[in-house]
Design a protein around this ligand. Structure first.
Ligand SMILES: Nc1nc2c(c(=O)[nH]1)N[C@@H](CN(C=O)c1ccc(C(=O)N[C@@H](CCC(=O)O)C(=O)O)cc1)CN2
Length: 297
């Protein structure tokens, strides 16, 4: 029978453990502070940021939220980042992506103090990750690793196909899978829009990561019987629902579920793990900045 990988449950367990970590830090006089910066009126981004703030409240992190008019000059965002970099009560900074077209995304990422870069996107942190010495693992890749660990899905020796080469998911996740570390040691193939005969690659994979950003792109016919399918896609498609849309992944769930050995749903799969690992990085940042030992989950 196909195992449904419950991201809400695993993320809930991680949040519970992080609550204990926050209490330990508070016993030493430190409350982790996480700043989220939103320069967008995209409804999905607004939802994610508000969920992140709710998560902070649940585990006892001091959530600081800054909103910048999407039409404001880029300088306003850079000044905000400078101010947060200098604020000792802010241990982690996240600028919700995407930023408006007139803002240089790479310059934004470089402007964040690498020690506070809880997304793990700063070039220094990307370099550390690739070198096998990650300071902050990017939240979605880390969340995928934690899901696989929670369901005891072995990556060592497995053939993993990552479909998508984004800086946020595909590239860092593939890097983590090839490392000699838990939830690593996999033989990893990265596929993308120019991959020839994608199906030939996915069809032989033990684990398929769907992160192409295309709704229902991977279907059951593209999968190996018993494969683990991790759907990173979260797409809002128009639908006759109360909200006017429904969330669908990059996987055609109905056809994939009957072939897969284990599969993540959308919603309730990778999304909540992305948020949980952001809290993890914020708590980690606070413990590192104050040199306080804690046992992270
Ligand atoms: N600075 C960053 N920006 C963005 C990142 C990121 O890691 N850092 N990732 C994505 C989106 N993302 C994080 O912000 C994100 C996506 C989805 C969820 C989530 O909880 N999804 C829920 C459904 C939520 C809903 O109802 O819409 C689920 O899948 O169950 C959280 C975070 C882009 N930007």
């Amino acid at each position: 029978m196909t195992e449904i990988i419950d991201g809400n449950a695993v993320a809930g367990d991680i949040r519970a453990e992080l609550t204990d970590c926050v209490e330990t830090l508070q016993d030493s006089g430190v409350t982790p502070g996480l700043a989220t910066v939103l320069m967008s009126d995209d409804p999905a981004s607004e939802t994610y940021v508000s969920m992140k703030q709710q998560d902070c409240e649940e585990v006892g992190i001091n959530g600081i939220h800054v909103e910048i008019d999407p039409d404001a000059p880029a300088e306003e965002l850079f000044e905000t980042i400078d101010r947060l970099n200098d604020d000792p009560e802010v241990h982690g900074i996240l600028v919700q992506l995407p930023v408006p077209d007139h803002v240089d995304k790479r310059a934004v990422i470089r402007a964040i103090d690498p020690a506070k870069d809880v997304d793990g996107f700063h070039p220094e942190n990307v370099g550390r990750l690739v070198a096998g010495d990650a300071r902050f693992k990017p939240c979605t890749p880390h969340g995928v690793q934690k899901l696989l660990a929670a369901y005891e899905i072995e990556t060592a020796g497995a053939d993993v196909v990552v479909v998508g080469r984004s800086d946020i998911v595909g590239k860092p996740l593939a890097n983590l899978f090839i490392q000699k570390a838990p939830q690593g040691n996999a033989t990893t193939t990265i596929c993308h829009s120019r991959t020839d005969d994608l199906e030939a690659k996915t069809k032989t994979a033990d684990i398929v990561i769907a992160a192409a950003g295309v709704p229902e792109f991977i279907d059951g016919a593209m999968l190996n019987e018993g494969a683990t399918v991790i759907d990173v896609g979260i797409n809002r498609v128009d639908a006759d629902t109360e909200k006017g849309y429904e969330l669908v992944g990059d996987v055609d769930y109905e056809s994939a579920e009957s072939v897969a050995g284990a599969i993540t749903p959308v919603p309730g799969g990778v999304g909540p793990m992305t948020r949980a690992m952001l809290l993890y990085n914020a708590v980690n940042a606070a413990s590192e900045q104050h040199d306080i030992d804690i046992e992270l989950p």
